[in-house]
Design a binder for this molecule. Structure first.
Ligand SMILES: C[S@@+](CC[C@H](N)C(=O)[O-])C[C@H]1O[C@@H](n2cnc3c(N)ncnc32)[C@H](O)[C@@H]1O
Length: 243
């Protein structure tokens, strides 16, 4: 079964433990590294995601959950347009702590809880929108991740997955690979103090399903109206599907 497979991890549990430990080590520098390494474009990717799901956010009483919320940037952006408030969850305590500090500073209505996205302590059919930004790729089992998202969505609910992808233009892809595989581990390593984390990033993107494959996986998990759009030349793709 496909899923994140960091070097040395022998099974899904070891893969998840490695991912959690790695994010714990970089949590204190995660936002800085993210914004600098993406030239701040990551903010635009999240803002675009919010625009795409806005009709659901504005529904009266909408229940929204941001999975793998990390330091909370997408959850916070979602809640600005969601009168009902947003839940955010992650299995890495230091990342959630950073999200908590931001939520408190902004006096927001984001409710954070620690949980594994593959085993959410959440009732069936209890959310209208489930989002995940740059977290899905890190799950130890993609099929289980999709089924769990589907389980917690109400009929008519939507899953939105923002994730790195493979640019379809070969020339642009070559440039991007040079940046992400050669430069990013060095700069990211210096910024975060963990070169390992920023070597894992391009490797995990390389192993991640192509955009059309992820769309097929969503269809296999019985999402309907599945479609995706490329952002910034395909560095990132936003997939959406309904239940
Ligand atoms: C690259 S960060 C993305 C954080 C945030 N969504 C953003 O847009 O910046 C990936 C996050 O996914 C979380 N994560 C990975 N696997 C997870 C799992 N199985 N359950 C919960 N969180 C997970 C990590 O702890 C990390 O905080």
């Amino acid at each position: 079964m496909r899923g994140a497979s960091p070097a040395g991890a022998r099974d899904e549990r070891e893969a998840a433990d490695w991912v959690r430990g790695m994010f714990a080590r970089v949590a204190h520098r995660y936002d800085l590294a993210n914004h600098l390494l993406s030239f701040n474009i990551d903010r635009r990717w999240r803002a675009h995601t919010v625009r795409r799901v806005r009709p659901l956010l504005e529904q009266r009483g909408a229940r929204v959950l941001d999975l793998c919320c990390g330091t909370g940037d997408l959850a916070l952006a979602l809640q600005r347009d969601c009168p009902g408030g947003v839940f955010g969850t992650d299995f890495c305590h230091p990342m959630l702590e950073a999200a908590g500090v931001k939520a408190e500073r902004g006096r927001t209505r984001v409710c954070l809880f620690e949980a594994d996205a593959l085993r959410l302590p959440v009732r069936d059919a209890s959310f209208d929108l489930v989002t995940v930004a740059f977290g899905f790729r890190n799950l130890a089992n993609y099929e289980a991740g999709l089924l769990e998202m589907r389980r917690i969505l109400r009929p008519g609910g939507m899953a939105a997955i923002l994730e790195f992808s493979e640019p379809p233009n070969p020339l642009f892809a070559a440039l991007y690979h040079f940046y992400s595989r050669r430069l990013l581990p060095v700069i990211g390593g210096a910024l975060s103090g963990s070169r390992e984390a920023y070597a894992y990033l391009p490797e995990s993107v390389r192993r991640f399903p192509k955009a059309h494959e992820l769309a097929e996986d969503m269809q296999r998990a019985r999402f309907t109206n599945v479609h995706y759009e490329y952002l910034t030349g395909g560095i990132v793709a936003l997939h959406r599907g309904t239940v």
